[in-house]
Ligand binder design. Structure first.
Ligand code: ATP
Length: 197
């Protein structure tokens, strides 16, 4: 029998993974007593227009970031799948693999505000418990139907960190050590990532 009872799903571009991702993931593990939390790098994020760093680099950085926490798992289901990344496809696949687990979809407030634009979002909401974390910045109003669907709150202080800012800092030669785990900073330097933003 599948031993997982409570499984967290944490999708993102992770270009690169940063300290707010880690804080959010840790807070979700604790708040919902998750047996595991899968970090799922997006293959082709259909809503992002800029060029995304190769999946192999993003996966390596996620692996470096999550080392040391046994309940964190790198899940490459979206980067191994051809075509754009739709969360519903991912959730359906994981639902088959973990038929008895409650699935927690862990997202920041910016993603929550845009959830009604995701493909087949009503079906998605029927399959998962959405767990939302604070995120600084202006937030568009959350769609009324999304709001009516019960959700959980991930207790997270406001952390003003974004991958966009980290990429811009690297391109300008500014330090990023306080924003990403040391192994991720090393990986970015070794592979010359983000030198041009
Ligand atoms: P980018 O700046 O490139 O858009 P990002 O920093 O938003 O990237 P993503 O990989 O797109 O990072 O985010 C993955 C998930 O983590 C999303 O659900 C996002 O809302 C959440 N997240 C990212 N940064 C924060 C933060 N500072 N506080 C709370 N949630 C966050």
């Amino acid at each position: 029998m599948d031993p997982l009872k409570r499984l967290g799903l944490f999708g993102g571009t992770f270009d690169p993974p940063h300290n707010a991702h880690l804080a959010l993931a840790r807070a979700a593990l604790d708040a919902f007593a998750l047996d595991a939390l899968h970090w799922i790098p997006a293959g082709r994020p259909w809503q992002k227009t800029r060029t995304i760093t190769d999946a192999a680099h993003r996966e390596a950085m996620v692996q470096a970031a999550i080392d040391g926490e046994k309940r964190f798992v790198l899940n490459c289901i979206e980067t191994e799948r051809a075509g754009p990344s739709f969360t519903l496809d991912t959730v359906r696949a994981l639902r088959v693999q973990h038929a008895r687990a409650e699935l927690f979809l862990v997202i920041g407030a910016d993603q929550y505000a845009g959830l009604h634009t995701w493909r087949d979002w009503q079906q998605l909401l029927g399959l998962v418990t959405v767990a939302v974390a604070n995120r600084p910045g202006p937030m568009p109003a959350v769609n009324a139907e999304v709001l009516r669907t019960p959700h959980r709150v991930v207790p997270l202080p406001m952390l003003d960190i974004s991958a966009t800012d980290i990429r811009a800092r690297v391109a300008r030669g500014l330090p990023i050590d306080m924003l990403v785990p040391p192994d991720v900073a090393r990986y970015i330097a070794q592979h010359g990532l983000y030198l041009r933003s």
